[in-house]
Design a protein around this ligand. Sequence first.
Ligand code: ZN
Length: 217
Amino acid sequence: MTISHHASDELLLTYAAGKLSPAPALVVESHVALSEDSRGRLGVYEALGGAVLADSPLEDVSENLFERTLALIHAPEEKPAPAAPIHIDNRHVGIALPAPLARRKIGRWRWMGPGMHYARVEMPEDPGINLVLLKIASGRSLPMHGHSGTELTLVLKGAYRDESGRFGPGDIAEEDEDSDHSPVVEAGEECICLASIEGPMRPHGWIGRVVQPFIGL
Ligand code: ZN
């Protein structure tokens, strides 16, 4: 797997600081499971104390950093225990899943438009964010769309291109309110992505027009 779009430093810092809600955090964890580069940088940020860095303007980071990092290291572990590995059968998804995603129950594929399917990833602890797998047929172009919140997309199979380049397996795309894009799935293979979508999609978008009535995005 050759990954060309790794997580940004900003995204990894936000995650390390515990400031991502569970749905986007799962996308980051699934990407980090695949990307040695992102895993390495995340390790550094966690060691440095992501909370300290993310809470501070950069020029203030050096002030008391050592003491604050020590305090953080000695702070009680707040991460909840991972869900019990009860039997979860996600074989209907049809592809190998990164470990953090495989531990989640995934609903069945549902039709949402010609050549497009989605499947919900169960995430009851984060009801405000849509966490879905999207399966888009090869060669399909998606009209330009915008976002009303953060949209993180991790490619699991196939590839698409948009204004930011080509995204293949393991690549993560970070979109926000300021970005519009028009993804086109490459010919020859369907594309399966894991996406966390915060806030309603902008109505001019393909998701706004096509997906919204079906899954309430
Ligand atoms: Zn988008």
